[in-house]
Design a binder for this molecule. Sequence first.
Ligand code: UD1
Length: 318
Amino acid sequence: MEAFGAAGHEVTGLDLRGTPDGTTGDIRAPEALDGPLAGADLVVHQAAKVGLGVDVADLPDYASVNVYGTAVLLAAMARHGVGRLVLASSMVVYGEGAYDCGEHGRVRPGPRTAQDLSGGVFEPRCPVCGAELTSATISEDAPPDPRSVYASTKLAQEHLAANWARETGGTVVALRYHNVYGPRMPRDTPYSGVAAIFRSALEAGRAPRVFEDGLQRRDFVHVRDVARANLAAAEARTPPGALAAYNIASGEPHTIGEMARALAAERGGPEPVVTGEYRLGDVRHVVASPAHAARDLHFHATIGFTEGMKEFATTPLA
Ligand code: UD1
């Protein structure tokens, strides 16, 4: 909201917990949407339940907030004649990132087995010959392979938005966020991303616990860059009637171990511990190409890993 306001847009927020210059409300309640949508020409939809969750008991809540909530929003947009949507999607729709096998070229490995993971074999293997693979950048045309309830609901949001665009002639830009971090990130909860978990641990004087061997790679993208990507998507002229999806990434991947060490070093310890623990729902490497967002949205991340983590190490969390 701050980035849009600074760029001269008139913005109304709707948030379950309230926003400083917006309204408090639930996107699942059609009447909560009527005020904010009246006279609007664009919706930036960020409302979602995120994370891996605790267990399957979370399933109805993910589906309700993320899938049903999006359906209610899209219907309300049609009712109010609002034809443009920017949707916060996620790299989780890909499942594992892209991999190359020396023998079989580009492959998409399936979920890692509990047996491999508990034996310390963390790298996925070639689904054809079982050989070791090299991780490669994934681009938006990769077939989706959601591996968690959250991932399935994010993909469902994209599908519903694409259906809505076809039926109404609306435009949708889906931003597939990579690992977002930065000021006001929610603290350590079962639904938090790893950067917030490590940051909360360090603040409490505890060592960050790095799972697997710490060499799993992600692309950490700063929240101010993500805000700029939303603005770029809102101002881009994408074709109506279909969904256009873009990776929103820094293009500069790092390992989880590196991230833990960068935060710990900035705070003067404690040093991270590599535990070898694993979570069955985790993927190994997700590294994206930001080329399409650069080409079509003119979006380039501006906050590098070193600078961003240095700030994040001491910035207040929400
Ligand atoms: C994260 C978000 C997801 C979001 C996506 C893209 C969560 C839980 N996940 O997915 O919602 O859509 O980025 O923005 O918010 N790890 C540790 N120690 C810990 C916790 C995690 O080493 O205490 C490791 C995990 O094993 C994994 C990596 O950190 O290898 C990333 O974990 P996490 O941030 O939870 O999930 P992502 O899959 O990256």
